[in-house]
Design a protein around this ligand. Structure first.
Ligand SMILES: [Zn+2]
Length: 130
């Protein structure tokens, strides 16, 4: 087809070296298409594995559990259980089981032991009076 267009436009056909160059160009382009196809296929396989792993994690994740310890039911609006919430509010941040969790705000001063016990009874065991 290219040859017919050239003949119609210039009244001359392609030379032998023109045809060789066109074939070489077509072959290089075809090889590049194969390489691109393989690259895309490998990238899609990696994405597929990552998506599959992310999906498995989400299926196993319990959204009702504490976002820090993943052991107890959420009790606070920020997703913490009673114990983790107690550690945060009492300033006992070094006791939080997940060392990567950083509470927001400034770490409060830990109360004296008597006040700490009363605070623990309220926060963890929800005993307002005893
Ligand atoms: Zn917790």
């Amino acid at each position: 087809m290219i040859s017919k267009v050239r003949i119609a436009a210039t009244e001359k056909d392609f030379s032998h070296s023109d045809i060789c160059n066109i074939l070489k160009f077509a072959q290089e382009r075809s090889q590049q298409n194969v390489r691109n196809h393989n690259t895309i296929q490998q990238r899609n396989e990696i994405r597929k594995k990552k998506f599959s792993n992310d999906r498995k994690e989400l299926v196993g994740f319990d959204f009702d559990k504490c976002v820090v310890c993943h052991l107890f039911a959420k009790k606070s609006a920020c997703g913490l259980c009673g114990i983790c919430s107690f550690y945060v509010d009492a300033g006992l941040w070094e006791w939080i089981i997940d060392s990567e969790f950083i509470p927001k705000g400034i770490q409060p001063e830990s109360p004296i032991i008597e006040a700490l016990v009363l605070f623990a009874m309220k926060k963890i065991f929800e005993f307002n009076e005893f």
